[in-house]
Design a protein around this ligand. Structure first.
Ligand code: PMP
Length: 285
């Protein structure tokens, strides 16, 4: 079955799907995106993802190009046409096509909308989670508004490649004070020796991950101890457990940081339990 993409109102075979070379997403990374998990053919936490999309668009003063209901229909249709049962749906909205000029184009410029969907191998993901992943740390070098889910991801791309080059799966950004902000495509968590979960508070220095938000509900419900605050790299080295969260990886145990084993070097019990229970708390539709 060949894949297709939604591009500005039409479903087009993926190999032919294209945007104008003067699209501001292509020229300036002037756009935002969302990635939503698809599980058993359903969208996970669509409402929260669309809420965040609306916020990101608002921060960049890009108009929402269609109603939430219409957008939901496009997301679902793209998932179905690509026959995705387990995987992700990707949505990108840019400020549209205009002659290249840094300042905003005319107010009647239509935002561009692209949606793609693809399957992920759930069993393979479970095998990765059973082993856990290695992370490296890299200096934070992104702009101070990474709470906006902008398609401008060059530092994230370079950080992820640095991780790959080091034989690791993720890179954690570390701010000037030596404290972890987040991963290149994930939020970062540790469990301290005395069993407290620690993850950075949501300010402009991290993306407010939807998986992170849902996990907070789970933790509250299960009476687990949480501290929303920055943690240092040293604290992470000394942690009992570490893990990362994202829509495509859910809760992924971290077993090594900068080549040092975390805890006993195996996925933590808490991280594994949170991974198992996550979908009881996520919304699915
Ligand atoms: N931080 C960054 C930089 C990301 O790219 C992502 C993934 N979109 C996340 C955190 C996790 O967010 P979510 O749980 O909504 O996927």
């Amino acid at each position: 079955m060949s894949r297709c993409a939604y591009v500005n109102g039409r479903y087009i075979p993926l190999r032919q799907a294209a945007v104008n070379v003067e699209d501001r997403g292509y020229q300036f990374a002037d756009g935002v995106y969302e990635v939503c998990e698809v599980r058993d053919g359903r969208l996970v936490d669509e409402r929260r993802h669309v809420d965040r999309l609306v916020r990101s668009l608002g921060e960049l003063r890009i108009a929402m190009p269609m109603s939430r209901a219409a957008l939901g229909a496009v997301l679902r249709e793209t998932v179905q046409r690509n026959r995705v049962r387990d995987g992700i749906v990707y949505l990108q909205i840019t400020r549209g096509v205009a002659r290249r000029d840094h300042a905003f184009p005319a107010a009647d410029t239509q935002p561009s909308v692209v949606v793609t969907a693809r399957s992920l191998d759930r069993a393979a993901n479970e095998r990765v989670a059973a082993d856990g992943i290695a992370v490296i740390t890299v200096p934070e070098n992104r702009w101070p508004r990474v709470d906006i889910k902008s398609v401008s991801l060059l530092p994230n791309v370079l950080a992820k490649q640095a991780a790959r080059d080091a034989g690791a799966k993720e890179a954690w950004f570390v701010d000037a004070a030596g404290r972890v902000t987040e991963g290149s495509s994930t939020n970062a968590w540790i469990v301290t020796r005395d069993g407290k979960l620690v993850t950075r508070q949501t300010d402009h220095a991290i993306l407010r991950g939807i998986t992170r938000t849902v996990l907070l509900d789970l933790l509250k419900d299960q009476g687990l101890r949480l501290e929303e605050r920055p943690f240092s790299v040293e604290e992470a080295y000394a942690a009992r457990e570490a893990f990362v969260t994202s829509a495509s990886q859910i809760v992924m145990p971290v077993v090594q940081i900068d080549g040092r084993p975390v805890g006993n070097g195996a996925p933590g019990l808490l991280a594994s339990a949170l991974r198992r229970d996550f979908h009881k708390y996520a919304e699915s539709a």
